[in-house]
Design a protein around this ligand. Structure first.
Ligand SMILES: NC(=O)c1ccc[n+]([C@@H]2O[C@H](COP(=O)([O-])OP(=O)(O)OC[C@H]3O[C@@H](n4cnc5c(N)ncnc54)[C@H](OP(=O)(O)O)[C@@H]3O)[C@@H](O)[C@H]2O)c1
Length: 198
């Protein structure tokens, strides 16, 4: 299967690549990978998809949101959070559709903060829930058997240090399990699903 993986060089991306060994994985990043694209730029995504078409799956393991207390979530932080992780993935999905092969798939990523709330996590919760809504609703409008799903992992063990203090009492998950959830979404038959990895 020919799989485009955005964010392949990142913490989650490496586990996804490992889980999908044996398939043709084309890694994509802003400054890393076989091919370059920025999820914030519709044009860069469209140009890349056109160049690499046709492909059987596109999966995303990138996206950033601001972590800040509510009073500090100013217009700029909202713009960044909505423009990057939310609109970045929505435009990735929409731009990929015409270039996906029949019964191809789209796999996005949200996170545990759509179900659990932490101080400084308002932007993450807002964005993750919006993404899950996008996936559930858009699944019924997909044509040519195209499927769309979203992976919602809790904090990864690999990322515990990076998020130290933000997730007290959360039990981090091993990254390989997140890789397997992507594998299930890409190789399976499900659509419109939120795959929680806790
Ligand atoms: N890590 C966790 O514990 C965890 C838990 C739940 C959910 N998540 C979610 O999973 C996603 C990935 O997290 P991560 O921790 O694996 O991130 P990461 O380690 O920071 O890796 C990010 C990856 O995305 C690429 N990237 C960054 N910005 C991009 C852009 N604008 N366009 C295209 N590619 C871009 C990076 O490569 P370049 O620098 O070359 O662009 C890199 O390969 C995020 O949405 C995050 O919220 C993470």
């Amino acid at each position: 299967m020919k799989i485009l993986l955005v964010g392949a060089s990142g913490t989650i991306g490496k586990h996804v690549s490992e889980a999908l060994k044996g398939h043709e994985i084309l890694s994509i990043g802003r400054s890393s990978g076989d091919h370059r694209a920025d999820i914030e730029s519709r044009e860069s995504l469209r140009a890349l998809f056109r160049k690499l078409a046709p492909f059987d799956a596109v999966a995303n393991a990138s996206g950033h949101v601001a972590f800040a207390p509510l009073p500090e979530l100013d217009a700029e932080k909202w713009k960044h959070s909505l423009g990057n992780k939310l609109m970045g993935q929505i435009q990735l999905a929409q731009e990929a559709i015409p270039y996906l092969s029949e019964r191809g798939s789209i796999t996005l990523v949200s996170g545990v903060l759509s179900d659990e709330f932490i101080p400084s996590g308002v932007a993450a919760t807002t964005v993750n829930r919006a993404l899950e809504g996008f996936v559930e609703a858009s699944a019924i409008e997909m044509q040519r058997g195209i499927r769309i799903n979203i992976i919602s992992p809790t904090l990864l063990k690999d990322s515990e240090k990076a998020y130290e203090g933000f997730f007290p009492g959360f039990v981090a998950v091993e990254g390989w399990k997140v890789g397997q959830a992507y594998k299930k979404a890409i190789l399976g038959a499900m659509t419109g699903q939120i795959l929680r990895v806790l």
